[in-house]
Design a protein around this ligand. Sequence first.
Ligand SMILES: Nc1ncnc2c1ncn2[C@@H]1O[C@H](COP(=O)(O)OP(=O)(O)O)[C@@H](O)[C@H]1O
Ligand SMILES: [Mg+2]
Length: 264
Amino acid sequence: MKFFDVHGVCVGGGISNRLGAVRLHSVGGLSTIALLMSDPIELKKVSRVFGKGPSTVQALLDVNLEVSPGTFLLIKGPSGSGKTTLLNLLSGLDRPTSGVIRVAGKVITDLGDRELSRFRNQEVGYVFQSFYLEPNTSARDNVVLPMIFGEVPRRERLDRAESMLERVGLKEKIHASSANLSAGQKQRVALARALVNEPSVILADEPTANLDSRTSGEILDLIQEIHARDGRTSVFLVTHEKDLRISGALDLWMEDGKLRVVSD
Ligand SMILES: Nc1ncnc2c1ncn2[C@@H]1O[C@H](COP(=O)(O)OP(=O)(O)O)[C@@H](O)[C@H]1O
Ligand SMILES: [Mg+2]
């Protein structure tokens, strides 16, 4: 296995397939790769420091990344290496200490809080290890929630929630309370909720860590299938499972706040 460091090397510039292209580039900048499509996701010299004084933690350090729409990135790395921090910054849940982030044609690091909330609602589908469903609320009403914020008319909200639940294999559970769903079913609801506003990027933070291996495989297959079907949604899937392989995904390795491409 080879690692290509972000600094000073243009990595994967020639990689282009139906899943997109990715380029990690040096701080000094390198020539643009023509294969990159419009509106790539871009991080330029992104750092995130937590705390002040002697207890400072450098969670991300000068991360540079350029990803074309539709790319599937599988991000691995030890606990505490900065994976969740990266996803939080991409989603606009957190802001970098320095650097610029562009997603879906918007420089999100320039957005005010209201615009950032709207961006999150429209462009980002976040899936978490612990599902974070509304308790004692039906599967359908959980999926409806992001559409209420997005001001989708009521009838359309219900129709879209139902067809999204069908798409993730939960047709029979549309009216079931979240409390009565298995862990795998909860994660399917969370996926439906993440996808229902047709985001341009799916951020999945250890989405299978609370699932048994069979259910985990099913959820990963579903994410892959959803990604392959529409072809324009980018996926950042974080895992601490070193051996996880996802066909068509590009493996990145995060360590000490730095991101590198992994090549077999
Ligand atoms: N809100 C926070 N306040 C202080 N330190 C944090 C905070 N969030 C993350 N960190 C620190 O930043 C580093 C990276 O954390 P994280 O991104 O959660 O790593 P990972 O997801 O790879 O386990 C860790 O050292 C963690 O303790
Ligand atoms: Mg994490």
